[in-house]
Design a protein around this ligand. Structure first.
Ligand SMILES: [Mg+2]
Length: 227
């Protein structure tokens, strides 16, 4: 069995920064004054890590441990209203065709490996009509380190399909490549989001792409990897 572990933001879709807007509204509401969003770099970061950085660096309230959970909860409440308000979001090229082409293919399974909270990830995918393609997912709830999310994904893949399961991690940042390599997955990097082609190349993914290719080419390359 080949399990495709998809990252969400920058890989499957682009929300036109709906997540950032929901995040900053939640943070400013809880903090009580405007904050400087430019201090945050979201790409490839997990939501719990972004929460900690927001509390420590934007709010200067390090050590105030009650804030991060409130922030994450409020973000999840605000995200549904921001997704439709950010009108320039889109599904990345060839994503829908690739998900569709492999959806009923024996020997393949779509799953998620994401730094999103489960509720946030589901909301984003549902907004762009992609949610139903994914059989299961490894999310960031309570897991700030991406490599640990990848370890959860491997454990779940092995529980479902046995030790011979073959993992592919598809993502748009060096963090995706790093966490995929950490669990023995083949890494597929797409320069459609948080990192340039050249930056991704320095992290030596198994397959580096400007964007997802035509599904035929994609499936051909994966089929040639014997299980
Ligand atoms: Mg991403």
């Amino acid at each position: 069995m080949k399990v495709l572990l998809w990252d969400i933001d920058g890989t499957l879709l682009n929300t036109d920064r709906a997540g950032l807007y929901a995040w900053m509204e939640a943070a400013e509401e809880i903090h009580g004054t405007p904050l400087d969003a430019s201090l945050l770099r979201f790409a490839g970061m997990t939501d719990p890590l972004i929460a900690d950085i927001t509390v420590d660096r934007l709010m200067n309230r390090a050590g105030d441990e009650g804030i991060a959970p409130r922030l994450l909860a409020r973000y999840a409440e605000l995200l549904p209203s921001w997704l439709p308000r950010r009108g320039n979001g889109f599904v990345q090229p060839n994503v829908l065709a690739t998900l569709e082409a492999l959806a009923d293919e024996p020997g393949y399974e779509h799953a998620l490996l994401t730094g999103n909270l489960e509720i946030g990830g589901r909301l984003k995918l549902a907004h762009y009509d992609l949610l139903d393609y994914f059989v299961w997912g490894a999310f960031a709830d309570g897991v700030p380190v991406r490599r640990d999310i990848a370890r959860l994904a491997r454990a779940e893949a092995e529980r479902r399909h046995g030790l011979e399961v073959e993992l592919f991690v598809i993502g748009d940042t060096p963090h995706d490549i790093d966490c995929g390599r950490a669990v023995g997955a083949r890494t597929i990097a797409v320069a459609t989001g948080g990192a340039s082609f050249d930056e991704l190349e320095r992290h030596d993914p198994w397959w580096l792409l400007e964007e997802l290719p035509d599904p035929t080419e994609f499936i051909d390359r994966l089929d040639r990897q014997a299980s």
